[in-house]
Write a new protein. Structure first.
Length: 329
């Protein structure tokens, strides 16, 4: 009896689950379909449990000799066998009927997303056939750790990875899909509500797996187009003492900043770093202090970060680099 009471007491908390990372607070067609299927299966499973346990009690406590009673035997056959099969059959049909809509073709933009230890490479408006070099093609407008989507459009996401298996998951919008080295997986996201939603890596990938987050920002279609156009623009500031320190200390070997000679492809594109909501794949806000802290010693901020520490540099150089990066809107 106690488990039943505990389950009943937990129901209000389930209905109250509302957050940018909640599967119960849906903002996409696939998440909504999964949400409906969850409750259908929960109710179906509860009905089967009640009937099967009820008949078990009937034949063991109320009518222990029911096996010799034709009426009792019929109840056991119909309630304990036929009823569960029918309910499970309906649930299988119900779930299978959802699949064609969830696998429908995209009618919106195509975006490449590469899961990399321990961050997300975003590449907008990919037009060429995806390859396997670094997981995906590099054609298009590159950014990192923030994925912009147009509301009401079915956006095709091409998923890959250059290192290990990760899993791309935005709980409020759609189910998870793995990013696998040497392979491109396809996922269609169809957001139905504007807003900002949390995404995570759902496959253990190393030390900083739990800190490999990203943001999905759903915008009206016109605002989405304007945002991608802004992302394609060159850096806001290309002449600054911090830029000189950035180039002098080898940062350009790993990072790109459009409009400058920095064209590295190992780490995240930093062209519009200051316009992003978070730093280091969702774990810090973006400001001069956090940028300087991360540049100084990334491993201290995010265990497992593959960027080397620059704590050997004079503090003035780190401060100049952080100041410049903090100006890249």
């Amino acid at each position: 009896m106690r488990p039943v009471l505990a389950s009943l007491l937990a129901l209000p908390f389930l209905f109250a689950c509302s957050s940018p990372q909640s599967t119960f607070d849906t903002a996409g067609t696939e998440a909504q379909a999964v949400h409906i299927l969850f409750w259908a299966m929960t109710i179906g499973g509860a009905l089967i449990w009640v009937f099967v346990i009820g008949f078990s009690i009937f034949v063991t406590k109320i009518r222990p000799n029911a096996y010799s009673d034709k009426a009792g035997l019929r109840l056991i056959v119909w309630g304990g066998c036929v009823f569960p099969v029918v309910v499970l059959g309906v649930l299988v049909w119900f779930g299978t009927a959802m699949m064609p809509e969830l696998r429908a073709e995209a009618d919106g933009p195509r975006i490449a997303v590469s899961g990399e230890r321990f961050w997300w490479r975003i590449n907008y408006d990919t037009t060429s056939t995806p390859g396997v070099a670094k997981g995906l093609t590099r054609d298009g407008v590159e950014s990192a750790n923030e994925l912009f989507l147009p509301v009401g459009k079915r956006t095709e996401i091409l998923l890959g990875s250059p290192d290990v298996i990760h899993s791309f998951w935005v709980p409020a919008i759609a189910g998870k899909t793995d990013t696998i080295p040497g392979r491109v997986n396809r996922l269609v996201l169809h957001p139905t509500k504007e807003g900002t939603y949390n995404g995570i890596c759902a496959e253990f990938c190393g030390e900083a797996h739990a800190e490999m987050g990203f943001r999905v920002i759903v915008l009206p279609e016109a605002e989405y187009a304007a945002k991608v156009a802004a992302e394609a623009a060159p850096a806001a500031v290309t002449a600054h003492p911090g830029f000189e320190a950035f180039m002098a200390n080898g940062c350009a070997a790993c990072h790109s900043v459009r409009g400058t000679e920095a064209r590295g492809e190992v780490g995240p594109d930093l062209t519009h770093l200051a316009s992003r909501r978070t730093l280091a794949a969702g774990i810090l806000p973006v400001n001069h202090e956090t940028i300087a802290r991360f540049v100084r010693n990334p491993g201290e901020v995010k265990q497992g970060a593959e960027m080397p520490a620059f704590d050997h540099l004079p503090q003035e150089d780190i401060a100049r680099i952080a100041e410049w990066l903090g100006m890249l809107q």
